[in-house]
Design a protein around this ligand. Sequence first.
Ligand SMILES: NC(=O)c1ccc[n+]([C@@H]2O[C@H](COP(=O)([O-])OP(=O)(O)OC[C@H]3O[C@@H](n4cnc5c(N)ncnc54)[C@H](OP(=O)(O)O)[C@@H]3O)[C@@H](O)[C@H]2O)c1
Length: 217
Amino acid sequence: MAITDSTVAIIGAGNIGGALAANFAAGNQDFLLAGRDLGAAEKVASGLGGHAQAVTVDEAVERADVLLLAVWLDAFQQLIAEYGDRLAGKVIVDPTNPVGPDGAGGYQKVIGQQESSGQLLAARLPAGARLVKAFGTLSAPTLTAAAWREPERAVLFYAADDDAAGDLVAELIRAGGYEPVSVGGLDQSIRIEMFGDLHEYGALGRTVTRAEALAAI
Ligand SMILES: NC(=O)c1ccc[n+]([C@@H]2O[C@H](COP(=O)([O-])OP(=O)(O)OC[C@H]3O[C@@H](n4cnc5c(N)ncnc54)[C@H](OP(=O)(O)O)[C@@H]3O)[C@@H](O)[C@H]2O)c1
């Protein structure tokens, strides 16, 4: 299946959900946009040139082939628990960084140092749901500022165990104005989550071109 034949939904119209919604709209990618507050999703969708349809979370889960959960890790886990088998057969996109405030103005990991939210979430999904780790490597402001970069697109890394699901999300990354680069399977998720070496706030420290990305992985 190609992304043009898929129904894409974003759940969560906050910093990351809103930034991705604007990038997809700029790429003429149509999608559903859902949040707990339908009015808030409608407000965001109304500024996106007809590319976004605001729906309830329930409708997004029902209709989407590709479900991008732009929510925090705890909410992601709650949604998996709530929707369970209704997620089977879907590509589930995970942009989470497993972090919380450290009490000193920064962030700290909220899971084990060697754990990744990509692997934790994949293990909780029902059989047949395919998780792809993507869209969490850049901060929301950078995600907006670096989209559609000329003359060469900036890279967004992704990780997937299922090649077809990974390919679909790579198309979605392109539709949002970025160059997709795979880092491998979900066991590599930790590298593209916050504190990982390929995260914007890790060793890379910036957005990169495809050649720079391939040299780094
Ligand atoms: N912000 C960044 O720069 C950044 C960068 C990379 C990755 N990320 C990751 O992206 C995720 C979202 O971050 P964010 O900064 O966009 O957070 P945010 O601005 O707080 O947005 C989170 C959104 O999730 C919605 N939400 C929460 N629980 C929900 C539920 N049960 N059902 C449906 N929607 C729900 C919230 O809706 P309500 O308004 O109703 O609460 C809100 O719209 C996090 O996992 C974060 O680690 C963030």
